[in-house]
Design a protein around this ligand. Structure first.
Ligand SMILES: [Zn+2]
Length: 73
C-alpha cells in the first residue's frame, strides 16, 4: 500500500537538483531563487538588469497563473 508523494518534483533546469513543482515554490521549475536568477540572467544580460525588488512591477511577459481554474480563452 503505497501512496504517491504529494510533492511533485522535477530536475532543476539549472543545477539538476530536485525542484518542487508545487505552487509554494515561487521559483519553479527551478529549485530556488538563485537558479531562477541565473537562468533569467542569460537573457536579461545585455538588455536589462536583474530585477530584485520590483518583481511585481514588470509582469508584462509573465504567463498567467497556471493554477487559474478558469482560463479565459
Ligand atoms: Zn537549481
Amino acid at each position: 500500500m503505497t501512496t504517491p508523494p504529494r510533492t511533485r518534483t522535477a530536475p532543476c533546469p539549472q543545477c539538476r537538483q530536485p525542484a518542487s513543482l508545487e505552487t509554494s515554490n515561487r521559483f519553479r521549475p527551478f529549485c530556488g531563487e538563485r537558479c531562477k536568477l541565473l537562468d533569467l540572467g542569460e537573457w536579461f544580460a545585455g538588455r536589462y538588469s536583474i530585477p530584485t525588488a520590483e518583481d511585481d512591477a514588470t509582469s508584462e511577459e509573465t504567463p498567467r497563473d497556471p493554477e487559474d481554474p478558469q482560463r479565459l480563452q
